[in-house]
Ligand binder design. Structure first.
Ligand SMILES: Nc1ncnc2c1ncn2[C@@H]1O[C@H](COP(=O)(O)OP(=O)(O)O)[C@@H](O)[C@H]1O
Ligand SMILES: [Mg+2]
Length: 273
């Protein structure tokens, strides 16, 4: 299937990276073949998995600069269902080169899109912006998964992101749709979290996923342990929630595929008449 899901939100600190790394492992634990690509030059996915800063490790930067193909650059892991492509810990000079990559809107289409069919899901962790690398990712993505921290400041940038998704789907990537919006760092018993949830359901009733990721100290602690919380502490509340999010996404995609199958079946039926 090779479904490309961008994890995007033009705000830092809403748990994009935490969700990308934990959801990847949760999907892999359910025997889905997953490739996690870090498209954020801050290279945080590598940090989340404790990957060394080693020139032997294949990176997205190498792929975008034509130093490696995607096949050459992908790193396998001890989990047979999970592969990873970190961004790269880049120098100042390399950071300047990035502006050139970002302006080539066909780069991801040539270098990444044709090579991902062997995976069930390709999750791409985006930077906290709506320009440059994020636009390149949205140009090739099938869907956008949107983490929203349970706070008003995190809801405010959402209409801008939705507008951008609509613009890109009207201009060159008609497949692009919203995979879902979900709450992160949610605290059940606080008025702020309750208000955030209520507002999101009012604004985006059809896009809201039922899973909310609770605020959980284990998630924060795991970042010091060179592996995501779902590996370090699989029984933590946040780990269980990411398992539930994986189930929800798998289920939604199965029902979407069935719908597609249904419409093809209908067409065949019409052709037979
Ligand atoms: N469920 C959670 N509970 C507690 N802390 C969390 C949770 N999810 C993420 N965090 C913490 O919030 C901070 C921001 O998360 P991060 O994934 O880096 O956000 P982003 O990628 O959107 O900038 C990190 O310090 C992370 O450990
Ligand atoms: Mg991040």
């Amino acid at each position: 299937m090779g479904k490309i899901i961008a994890i995007a939100m033009p705000k830092g600190g809403v748990a994009k990276t935490t969700s990308a790394v934990n959801l990847s492992i949760a999907l892999a634990n359910k025997q889905k073949r997953v490739l996690l690509i870090d498209a954020d030059p801050s290279n945080q996915c590598a940090i989340a998995f404790g990957l060394p800063d080693d020139p032997e490790i294949g990176t997205l930067f190498n792929v975008l600069s034509y130093a490696q193909t995607l096949d050459e650059a992908i790193n396998t892991t001890e989990n047979p269902y999970f592969d990873i492509l970190p961004f790269k810990s880049i120098s100042y000079e390399e950071e300047l080169l990035l502006n050139e990559f970002s302006s080539d809107t066909k780069l991801f289409e040539h270098q990444i899109k044709p090579f991902v069919a062997d995976y069930d899901f390709v999750l791409i962790d985006c930077p906290p912006t709506l320009v440059g690398m994020t636009v390149n990712v949205l140009n090739i993505a099938d869907s956008v998964l949107i983490p929203v921290k349970s706070s008003m400041f995190s809801i405010v940038p959402l209409p801008k992101l939705m507008g951008r998704i609509e613009a890109i789907s009207n201009n060159g990537n008609p497949n692009l749709h919203v995979e879902g919006i979900f709450l992160t760092m949610h605290e059940i018993n606080t008025r702020a979290s309750f208000s955030a949830k209520k507002e999101l359901y009012r604004l985006y009733p059809n896009e809201m996923l039922t899973t909310a990721i609770p605020k959980n100290i284990a998630a924060e602690e795991a970042s010091f342990q060179k592996d995501p919380v779902i590996i370090v502490n699989p029984h933590a509340k946040s780990s269980k929630a990411y398992e539930q999010l994986a189930d929800e996404i798998i289920e939604r995609n199965q029902s979407m595929n069935n719908d597609t199958f249904q419409s093809f079946a209908d067409t065949d039926y019409l052709n037979d008449l």
